[in-house]
Write a protein that binds this ligand. Structure first.
Ligand code: ADP
Length: 348
């Protein structure tokens, strides 16, 4: 199949992310259980010469959902069509994909939780019976024909599995949740990607980048690129641990992988709100940003690393956050009833 269709012109600067994307499942690191189940399903589908069952990947951004989805057609030797839930506003947006789909090909819908209800319903018969209704003509002359489409595999990816309706979820034969990566796995990914980017990197430097990459391959790739730029511009082109630390410092990425925005959040929560509880809206106003940005992009990591906890009265900084930020004061006792009091959800 046409490799460029999936990967773009490999090696060009704007396509670095794509060029670093493994093309075969065997090149992927980690997620072993998911890998093994998919390997079995792919092999069975090939042997039976049947389409693979529909697959749903869920998990936070940057963990490999798209990578799995784009490797699978390579394993099966079939083409892939890619779209996104946000682009499918009505069934008519979906029809060209379904009517043009080739036998046993993959249709990949990223962020599938964003499709509206009428598109979702249209998918049901397509997924289950490989049939769709087409309306021909309009007004009084309109008539509906029921059309058979080629058997295909739908692969959906979502960062918000909870937003999918039960009927849609149940139509996926396999549902796979992707987990965060260990430092060792990220180190392996970074070393492999440094090779692709034609850079030399030692184990310690790769490990240093991995530690600061929030357990996420996409972030590891971005950090690696920052170090590469720094090395190209400021050093003699060779990565070593000192240069790596200097580069990450320049990009304001600290030893735990927190960036400028994360630290600003903690500085505000601790410095202005005395460690909380504080509502996310109040924090957002103080640092002059949108609360959605904090909720989607900043808080998940701070919550996951137990720097911040959510209480019914608002966000609270933990001892870990005070220590990491080197700020004086004491975190509020979250077992204290007035903090745990569920009276003011406005603050959350
Ligand atoms: P998602 O679709 O979950 O947001 P992607 O599949 O786009 O994440 O992954 C982002 C990047 O991270 C990929 O381009 C690839 O370079 C890297 N990556 C993700 N998962 C893996 C993996 N298991 N092994 C190696 N690299 C990976």
């Amino acid at each position: 199949m046409n490799r460029e269709k999936i990967l773009g012109p490999v090696g060009s600067a704007e396509n670095d992310d794509r060029s670093l994307r493994p093309q075969r499942m065997s090149e992927m690191v980690g997620q072993r259980e998911v890998f093994e189940r998919l390997e079995i399903a792919v092999q069975a589908a090939r042997q039976r010469e049947e389409p693979l069952g529909h697959i749903l990947f869920d998990g936070p951004p940057g963990l490999g959902k798209t990578t799995f989805a784009t490797c699978i057609p390579h394993e099966l030797g079939v083409p892939i069509e890619m779209t996104s839930g946000a682009a499918l506003r009505a069934p008519k947006d979906l029809i060209p994909y379904l009517t043009n789909i080739q036998d046993r090909a993959i249709l990949f819908i990223d962020e599938i939780h964003r499709i509206p209800a009428n598109v979702e319903e249209y998918l049901y018969t397509a997924m289950e019976d490989f049939r769709i209704d087409l309306v021909l003509g309009d007004g009084l002359n309109a008539r509906t024909i029921n059309m058979t489409i080629k058997p295909f595999t739908l692969i959906g990816a979502t960062t918000r599995a909870g937003m999918l309706t039960g009927p849609l979820r149940d139509r996926f034969q396999m549902r796979e949740h992707l987990d965060f990566y260990s430092v060792e796995e990220l180190t392996q990914i970074i070393k492999g990607n440094a090779k692709i980017l034609q850079m030399e990197i030692d184990d310690e430097s790769a490990n240093e980048i991995a530690i600061r990459s929030r357990s996420t391959p996409r972030i590891a790739n971005n950090r690696l690129r920052c170090v590469r730029d720094y090395v190209t511009a400021r050093a003699d082109g060779k990565i070593d641990p000192d240069v790596t630390r200097a580069a990450l410092l320049k990009w304001e990425i600290d030893t735990l992988g927190l960036d400028k925005m994360d630290r600003k959040y903690l500085e505000t929560l601790i410095g202005v709100f005395h460690g909380g509880p504080a509502g996310v809206e109040a924090i957002a106003h103080t640092i002059n940003t949108a609360s959605d940005t904090l909720i989607d992009e900043v808080e998940p990591f701070l919550l996951r690393t137990a720097m911040v906890v959510r209480t019914p009265r608002g966000r609270v900084a933990t001892q870990r956050a005070f220590d990491h930020m080197g700020m004086s004061g004491k975190p509020v006792d979250i077992d204290d009833e007035s903090v745990g009091d569920d009276q003011d959800t406005l603050f959350t």
